[in-house]
Design a protein around this ligand. Structure first.
Ligand code: ZN
Ligand code: FE
Length: 257
């Protein structure tokens, strides 16, 4: 039995921990810093077996080198990008990542858009999607085009509906404010927002969510089904889905709740 835990880090990041309590091992995804990982490992008496990295931004890889000093046997998996200095294995589209301890297996998806070499890891009924898909939102397009980002989100949205969505940041409530302006009548969005608000008030993460939840409530996965032109767009609502996505993302970039 693997247990999945988001470790809060930095301002609003999550470092994901997937642990096998029986075997006493864990893997870690996107360690932006060291302390929360060391604390969680020692509190649960776990040995670090592997580190998976989704993209090169410092808030996702900043703790990797120091963690390796603490756990020299851990293997680091990363996309092909020399902006990530530490990796034992570089992985890309269609590669399989087979971890021995904890025993876990993932398929790699290339999901460019936030950065040009961003990858996601799908397996164990989980997707570690970094800063590509957020709950009720998506990442900023720092290095990619709207067409690339939309195609990456399409691929994540096509994963099995019960896949647990493990994002890199706690952005759900801020994203909800924008989503409500896009789709005020969406009942699934209202329900998800109420749930997220209650979790945050209790000091708990709003993640993981699920692909089904995101398909129902995340406006960036709903460019084909949004009922009408959202009022907050700067440009006209186009018939072309890429242009619609680009207009939504641009509106979110300048949105203030
Ligand atoms: Zn990032
Ligand atoms: Fe990030």
């Amino acid at each position: 039995m693997l247990s999945l835990t988001p470790l809060p880090a930095l301002a609003d990041n999550y470092i994901w921990m997937l642990a096998d309590a029986q075997g006493g091992t864990a893997l870690i995804v996107d360690p932006g810093e060291v302390e929360p990982v060391i604390d969680a490992l020692s509190a649960n008496d776990l040995r670090l077996g592997a580190i998976l990295l989704t993209h090169h931004h410092p808030d996702h890889i900043g703790g990797a080198a120091a963690l390796l000093e603490h756990a020299p046997d851990a293997r680091v998996y990363a996309p092909v990008d020399d902006r990530i200095p530490v990796a034992h294995r570089r992985v890309g589209e269609g590669d399989r990542v087979e971890i021995d301890s904890p025993r876990a297996s993932f398929e790699v998806l290339e999901v460019p858009g936030h950065t040009r070499t961003h990858i996601a890891y799908h397996g164990e009924n989980i997707v570690f999607c970094g800063d590509t898909l957020f709950s009720l939102g998506c990442g900023r397009m720092f290095e990619g085009t709207p067409a690339q980002m939309l195609s990456s989100l399409d691929r994540l949205a096509a994963l099995p509906e019960n896949t647990r969505v493990c994002c890199g940041h706690e952005y759900t409530l801020a994203n909800a404010a924008f989503a409500h302006r896009v789709e005020p009548e969406n009942e699934a969005l209202h329900a998800r927002t109420a749930q997220a608000r209650a979790l945050r008030e209790a000091g708990r993460p709003t993640l993981p969510s699920s692909i089904a939840d995101e398909r129902a409530a995340n406006p960036f996965l709903r460019v084909d089904v949004l009922p009408e032109e959202p009022p907050l767009l700067q440009t006209a609502w186009a018939s072309d889905r890429v242009a619609r996505f680009a207009a939504l993302r641009a509106a979110k970039d300048v949105f203030r709740a």
